[in-house]
Design a protein around this ligand. Sequence first.
Ligand SMILES: [Zn+2]
Length: 166
Amino acid sequence: MTSIRSRAPTASSPVVRRVMQANVGRETGIEQTLRCALHRNGLRFRKDAAPVCALRCKADIVFTRFKVCVFVDGCFWHGCPKHFRPPKANRAWWLEKIRDNRARDRRQSALLAYHGWTVLRFWEHNVKSQLTTVVADVRRTLASANRQALARKRRSPCGKQFWPCL
Ligand SMILES: [Zn+2]
């Protein structure tokens, strides 16, 4: 079976190219909105970083010390149930493409969780309309990750985290 990428109508279709460019731009802007809001709240993090080196997946925002990473999922590219509308041209291809993206999101989240990371995913529309709530969610998650790390530290015999890579 040929991969979805090899069947991409991209090169041949200016319509598809326009849709792609418009949506890529929107997604980058919204990630930046969240980063700025977190920064204003005194939080420091890495951006566009791979939480686990061996996994080739980059998160939009990474809190290394807390093992918490954040993804902002664009309503278009990640198939938001409220807002995703497939373009009329090449509809079947788009539906398959977005289904693939969603499956990849789920796989990545599961893998990161397996490696001991807490994964937060927010929809683009939540960041746009409920920024304060999203920031509060991130802060709550960091606080809870911090409590767990401290508890682990107390339990380990040498006062250090017993398995630093987990
Ligand atoms: Zn949405």
